[in-house]
Design a binder for this molecule. Sequence first.
Ligand code: SAM
Length: 214
Amino acid sequence: MRLRNIKGSREMIAASEFVIHEEETRAGTWHALFGNENPLHIEIGMGKGKFMMSMAKKHPHINYVGIEKYSSVLLRAIEKMEQEEHPLPNLRFIRMDAENIGKVFDRGEVDRIYLNFSDPWPKDRHAKRRLTSGEFLTRYEQILNPDGQVEFKTDNRELFDFSIESIKEKGWKLQAVTYNLHQDQKLSEGNVMTEYEERFSAMGNPIHKLIAKQ
Ligand code: SAM
């Protein structure tokens, strides 16, 4: 996944019509950018963008923004968009570290945050970097609509348990939890698999999912 140094990837990203550049983003202007008042759903750490593209096709009345830290990975998502006969009008990408997410979205501007197979950062000293840490939940509180949700999927049980604790400690509500998404009739309805989900479920790993609300 992390082909960090593909030559020219930054230049290709700079030239792409599908990318909104972090320095150009202005919190509070996303509805204007998409030209409608549809809900805004984002994926943090989208990887090569399969999930975001499938969701954008399936839900044309929702606007999507896929966020990815590494240029070389984002490039794969751009290439996929370019292969589409009709590029998706309701999907854009940003290359950025999600630590700065509060600068890109306004208070209450985001209706849902997807976290899929986020990096586990197993060492205790790196816990703050986990996308479900208290520090990140505070950042999400700044951009989520009061009714907005975080949906998190992973096959990593340690990260999942950490996330449940972190959500509870923060005083958020857990609306749904499953340790085996693909066997859960209700939660698996309409499930769109991510690249990592396909890979890990094919290996027989159960997929865990939670939905949380502040
Ligand atoms: N969501 C995809 C999936 O399920 O197939 C990709 C999962 S991959 C394990 C995690 C991705 O999150 C990587 O592409 C990584 O570069 C990205 N990422 C990790 N930390 C991030 C951060 N702080 N901001 C933005 N992206 C991040």
